[in-house]
Write a protein that binds this ligand. Structure first.
Ligand code: ZN
Length: 401
């Protein structure tokens, strides 16, 4: 065990069981703040497709093709987010990069060989689907590997001090993918692959993953369920997807007990509920865990008009949550914060939520005014309902702490 001391306005000590060459990432927070935010994206990820669907239904029989309601996980939400950053000029303030696909060795740290070979074989032919809600076309394996590659490079860029923090616009998403079972639009476990690649390089030891996608991060949970050095936290709409996971009593197993935290919320929760959950449940858990980096599974499907959930978060909710985790990262791990894109299915609203997050991450003054701000604020839960939410959080707090 080695103690590292370095000066700044406050003196910080970091204990890493690592050799000196791997300690280079422990830098002054002020230096980190002067770096740019990394933004990792690749047009090829937008070319992932599951084929012709009307919503989640394959076209055929009585299911008519639909122009307006294509497969929920489609490129538009992501492409429009990137386009909005371009149009407002915020993209110019970011360090915009692509990445190499992850290697087979990277994948093998999380997924069994047989799973990968089956996926590759189908992908080399004409595509297909295995698992649940995970159709892909020819070449889907390579695109999914690139999506994981964006997450990996976003993590490495922060750990190697190339960026102060970073965002990976990964697609397809990853947080539902189990080691041997793709599901919920997720073909590879992007964040887990990135974490294990960084741990294999001894760039990090204790990682906290906070998943605020509206659906339960069941894949990430399963992969790290018995591990005490990766804290997994998921806040989600109860029984939205999957139906049979994400319960508050699922706190880990073996050495991993108390290193998994599920915060299931009733439908209809909005801005105040999410901020209270962060303040009273997530931040204290992060503080007690003392991570050396924080990764956010950043979905925007808790937003008020998302077609796949029934929550009432706004772009400002995501902005405030970002600010709160940035402060936690500054206090706990020298500002090391990475966001990896997950869900969010409103083509028109995801860009405004994502822009608000990128503005906060980068510290930019460039804004994209939220055209739904007034109407979504009017729809927030009443005081009476908020009181019920506070009682619910108290109940969860008593369970966890
Ligand atoms: Zn989701």
């Amino acid at each position: 065990m080695r103690t590292v001391k370095f000066s700044r306005s406050r003196t910080y000590y970091y204990n890493y069981n690592l050799n000196k060459s791997k300690l280079d990432f422990a830098i002054n927070l002020g230096v980190r703040k002067s770096m740019k935010t990394g933004f990792f994206w690749d047009e090829h990820c937008f070319w992932h497709s599951g084929g012709d669907f009307s919503f989640t239904l394959p076209i055929g029989g009585f299911v008519q093709p639909s122009v307006s309601e294509s497969y929920p996980e489609n490129p538009e939400t992501k492409r429009r987010l990137k386009n909005l950053l371009d149009v407002t000029g915020l993209l110019k303030e970011l360090d915009v990069k692509s990445a190499a696909p992850v290697t087979f060795e990277d994948l093998l740290r999380v997924h069994p060989k047989q799973f990968l070979l089956e996926f590759k074989d189908l992908s080399d032919k004409n595509g297909g689907s295995f698992g649940h809600l995970t159709p892909f076309l020819k070449g889907g394996y390579e695109i999914a590997s690139l999506s994981s590659g964006l997450a990996k490079e976003a993590v490495f860029s922060v750990l190697k001090n190339e960026n102060k923090n970073s965002y990976a616009l990964s697609r397809p998403p990853g947080h539902h993918c189990l080691p041997d079972f793709p599901n919920g639009f997720c073909l590879l476990a992007n964040i887990a692959i990135a974490v294990e690649a960084a741990r294999a390089e001894k760039l990090t030891q204790r990682v906290a993953i906070v998943d605020w996608d509206v659906h339960h991060g069941n894949g990430t949970e399963a992969i790290f369920f018995d591990q005490p050095d990766v804290l997994t936290i998921s806040v989600h709409q109860e029984r939205c997807y999957p139906l049979d996971t994400g319960f508050a009593g699922d706190i880990g197993k073996g050495l991993g007990i108390n290193y998994n935290m599920n915060i299931p919320l009733p439908p209809g929760g909005g801005h105040a509920l999410y901020l209270e959950v962060m303040e009273r449940l997530i931040l204290p858990k992060l503080k007690s865990f003392k991570p050396d980096m924080i990764i956010i599974a950043c979905g925007y499907d808790a937003a008020a008009i998302d077609p796949l959930s029934r929550m009432l978060a706004t772009s400002e909710t995501f902005g405030q949550l970002t600010k709160m985790v940035m402060n936690a990262a500054d206090d706990l791990c020298d500002g090391r914060l990475v966001m990896v894109h997950e869900g969010g299915y409103s083509e028109v609203y995801v860009p405004f939520c994502g822009h608000r997050v990128m503005q906060e991450l980068s510290g930019s003054s460039i804004t994209a005014e939220d055209p739904f701000k007034t109407v979504f604020e009017m729809r927030q839960p009443s005081e009476r309902v908020q009181k019920f939410h506070t009682e619910l959080i108290t109940e969860l707090h008593d369970l966890f702490f």
